[in-house]
Write a protein that binds this ligand. Structure first.
Ligand SMILES: [Zn+2]
Ligand SMILES: [Zn+2]
Length: 331
């Protein structure tokens, strides 16, 4: 079968290799569709993410859908929590101390024709959910978890800072959760347009120094109740802390390049802010499937580019240049 492995920074290679063998409690999956995630781009550009380093030529890909050998179309949760550690027992499988994650560390991901994965992590999808939609359920799950952490109340004003695919899904989830006003920022004009299309009342250009004043003006000087950071950029984090109202929340979903996030202690203290960090997602696939199959969230129009597996390198280059929104690889 064909696979694509990351051998070092910027070095993706197409391979011919043996079919995987399904172990106990696993099924073989014929992979159909794989999304390129910002975290994949960290691996691609830096050969690492946070404190995890490339240990072997790694198959990336953790946003994916496929079909089992017995013909069941499935979305696949890339995380396999152990189910019995303290954190799993407490209902935090995303914090599992023995977590296995596709396309991360020792575990190969989905950029290959076939893979074996735990049956418990396979979620059947109806025909109304395409393979591409199925791959989008993973970033949607992250957005669901992110908005869960924000504990929105109906009528709140929300800020979404960074409007890549995750930010745009957070925006849609915040709207569904009852946010009355959503203000978005990004550096790229096409993302701001998308933010407006998905329901942002205002979308301001970031990085030119004017967005904070614009947010204050748009909220009568008050700021937003909950600020979701989805750019993974320090200037965006700074805007979150400056733009959130007293007593509000900042939820950090973005992953910074240099593994550091900082904020003004006095601002955070005076405002009495609650700061939350997003670690992947919980058992969100069933909810994500409901939302997409009922047409309550639009994942489909986020997919702007599709490449065959053999052109994975080109797909990563396009994603790296932040062209379009979600880049998909079809296997
Ligand atoms: Zn991802
Ligand atoms: Zn565990």
């Amino acid at each position: 079968m064909k696979s694509v492995r990351l051998h070092g920074t910027g070095n993706l290679q197409l391979h011919d290799e043996d079919m995987p063998v399904a172990g106990d409690g696993q099924k073989l999956i014929h992979v159909k569709s794989v999304g390129v995630c910002g975290s994949d781009l960290h691996w691609f550009a830096e050969g690492s993410i946070g404190d995890a380093k490339l240990e072997h030529p790694l198959v990336l890909g953790h946003e994916f859908a496929g079909i089992t050998e017995d013909g069941q179309r499935v979305a696949i949760d890339p995380a396999i929590p152990c189910g019995h550690c303290e954190f799993c027992e407490h209902g935090h499988p995303n914090l599992c101390s023995n977590l296995i994650f596709a396309g991360h560390g020792k575990t190969d991901g989905a950029l290959r024709e076939w893979m074996a994965w735990n049956e418990k992590s396979l979620f059947p999808i109806p025909d109304s959910i395409s393979d591409a939609d199925g791959a989008m359920l993973e970033p949607l799950g992250v957005a669901i978890h992110t908005v869960d952490l924000g504990k929105l109340k109906t009528g709140m004003t929300v800020g979404v800072f960074g409007c890549g695919p995750i930010g745009l899904l957070i925006l849609q989830m915040a709207k569904l959760a009852g946010a009355a006003n959503i203000i978005a920022t990004d550096k790229l004009a096409h993302r701001l347009e998308a933010a407006k299309r998905f329901g942002a009342i205002d979308a301001f250009s970031a990085g030119e120094g004017g967005e904070l004043e614009q947010i204050r003006a748009a909220t009568n000087g008050r700021g937003v109740d909950v600020a979701f950071e989805a750019a993974g950029a320090q200037d965006s984090v700074d805007t979150c802390f400056a733009a959130v109202a007293s007593g509000g929340k900042v939820v950090l979903a973005g992953i910074p390049d240099d593994d550091r996030t900082s904020f003004s202690a006095s601002t955070a203290r005076r405002k009495g802010l609650t700061i939350k960090l997003v670690r992947r997602m919980k058992h969100t696939y069933p909810r994500a499937i409901e939302l997409v199959s009922k047409g309550l969230v639009d994942v489909r129009s986020l997919v702007t580019h599709r490449f065959p597996l053999k052109d994975a390198h080109e797909a990563f280059r396009v994603a790296e240049r932040r062209e379009g929104l979600k880049i998909l690889i079809e296997v």
